[in-house]
Design a protein around this ligand. Structure first.
Ligand code: HEC
Length: 154
């Protein structure tokens, strides 16, 4: 019995992985790619806003919560970018991405990398739990958002 089940599982896995039944996904379908990167930006923003509330004084500074949000923020900053490389995932697909991204690809990529580096630095600083340092690192990370959106987001 067990043997039969295993064979069936293996067969379905093979079918799943074979090109013949390959589902459309964020890495081969333009609409799904746009949705994927927008969701990633959205989760990134949720974590960023939670820290922002503490930085602005709208919420009391809590080092542990700030550090947790900084860690998840840093993780999310790595997610959106591959979905900009999916064929056809350009303006027009419910996307706010501007065509300038693909004509200034090196600059766009550099900005994406800077965001990730600043977010990683923020997560490391936040882990130490010192409010003034966390605040400063947050502001440094925040500068990346508007700078890129001004150039590349509708
Ligand atoms: C390297 C460029 C770049 C950087 C840096 C960047 N963004 Fe964006 N962001 C974009 C682009 C391009 C879009 C539009 C994506 C689309 O609609 O296809 C976007 C979209 C968004 C969206 C909308 C997502 C949705 O639901 O449609 C949010 C929210 C967002 N960014 C937040 C941020 C925050 C917060 C930061 C900084 C911590 C940031 N972004 C940094 C390029 C960037």
């Amino acid at each position: 019995m067990k043997q039969t089940k295993l064979v069936i599982v293996a067969a379905s896995l093979t079918a799943l992985l074979s090109g013949s039944v390959m589902a459309q996904n964020a890495f081969n379908d333009a609409d799904k790619a746009v949705e994927y990167r927008q969701k990633a930006f959205s989760v990134m923003q949720n974590n960023f806003a939670a820290m922002g509330a503490m930085v602005r004084g709208d919420a009391p500074f809590d080092a542990a919560i700030f550090a947790a949000r900084a860690t998840d923020f840093a993780a999310m900053t790595t997610i959106p970018w591959p979905a900009f490389e999916t064929a056809g995932a350009k303006p027009g697909n419910n996307s706010d991405a501007l065509a300038a991204i693909w004509s200034n690809w090196a600059d766009f990529t550099q900005r994406a990398e800077k965001l990730q580096a600043d977010a990683q630095a923020l997560a490391e600083v936040a882990a130490a739990g010192i409010e003034a340092d966390s605040r400063k690192a947050f502001m440094a990370a925040a500068r990346n958002c508007k700078a890129c959106h001004d150039q590349y987001k509708d």
